[in-house]
Design a protein around this ligand. Sequence first.
Ligand code: BG6
Length: 497
Amino acid sequence: MTSFGKYYTFIIAGASGDLAAKKTFPALYGLYREKQLSPDCQIIGYARSDLSEEKFHEKISQHFKGGDEQTKKDFLKLTSYVRGAYDTDEGYQKLEKRCVDYEKEHNVEKPERIFYLALPPSAFTEVCEHIKKDVYPKDGIIRVVIEKPFGHDLKSARELQESIAPLFSEDEIYRIDHYLGKEMVKNLLVIRFGNELFSGVWNKNHISSIQVSFKEPFGTEGRGGYFDTIGIIRDVMQNHLLQVLTLLTMERPVSFDAEAVRDEKVRVLKAFDKINVDDVIVGQYDKSEDGKKPSYLDDKTVAKDSKCITYAAFTVNIHNERWDGVPMILRAGKALDEGKVEIRIQFKPVARGMFKDIQRNELVIRIQPDEAIYLKINSKIPGVSTETSLTDLDLTYNKRYSKDFWIPEAYESLIRDVLHGNHSNFVRDDELDVSWKLFTPLLEALENNPNLNLEKYPYGSKGPKELRKYLQKHGYVFAEEGSYQWPLTEPDVKGKI
Ligand code: BG6
């Protein structure tokens, strides 16, 4: 793990695109604002568009958050723009010259350069070849950051990997899955392995099911073109949700060292059983019940008779000693009733005997919005009553931690890791391979099924109706209606005593 010094060059290829404007540049700005970026580094945007420096600055600063005008101006002074094609040497040679001039000016002996590819995957290989040929610092360090999608299936992921592997070592490549940069996701290993309370019960003897769910309150809204070719499973499940599930189920790594963590991730992924394609819920959103919100097929950018999956739920079983038989349910959907990503770990029931009705413990880890961890427990209703009620131990971040506390956005956190040469929160090549091995048969079975049962669900609803039964079938027990609420806004069990 080598941290970069004062003088490094950060190049963003695809600098005029959406991802760069919405994520990469705002993240660099956020790091600068928080003094996590060297004030002497240089940042170069590279793209095909003909942009004046002024237009470029205007474009990249649209999504900057926080800081005063002076901070923004100072940050923009570090940035410049180079126009160039992706498929010819000329532009890359200009980049090389800009790097060399800067490195000479600052007497840099060992150049440090980062290439961030905010580009569609079709351009990855070509751009990597040119970087290697024209801008590779022979006696220095290069870090190449690439964004998903890393392939469309196992075959294409392997092809991509085979084309990049001869150019850069695995150590030079940083594959971003931005969920790994989210605060609560980074906390998972600490919660699990830093607490005997959890680590002792984290297995099939105590846990009855695990759910990782992703809900978005909006649909494709006229931008469905790309989504239509991939669907929700590739978009967020094969990567983001699987990463979360892997961190929840892996064995304890010997240290926080990147390879130790990633070795364990790969090991558990290899124990994942084939996903049963006959036990999957798939859906596509329809108009909202009041007819105000459009159906997926109303999106002009998608195929008229598209069978694209906008909602999916399925179950994974892990064939190892720790987990065999515990259903791991992944579910994700667009155009639902709320925006939320959370983990729900339900525990087995306690022995009845002394209790007639006692509910189950459940640990809920809310990744977003508003990070929180709460553990649902049974407790005696205060006072003379001997009845039990379901209540919680609640760690809601914005109640517990001061608001001045800076929690980096996912991209800020990951770019900071790249600057420090920390690979722990990036996806390794073999990890990617196993994840595609797991998902490709499922995707193929769904995509080649002419009788796919694509359930329509209204925009703004909870998703396909079968979900409740599906969860019950996999052992999830819903709390008694009205018996529990989180977060509480008023004192609990008022008037019950
Ligand atoms: C992206 C998907 O990877 O993740 C998007 O392509 C999705 O479709 C997004 O909206 C969700 O990320 P976040 O950070 O908003 O939860």
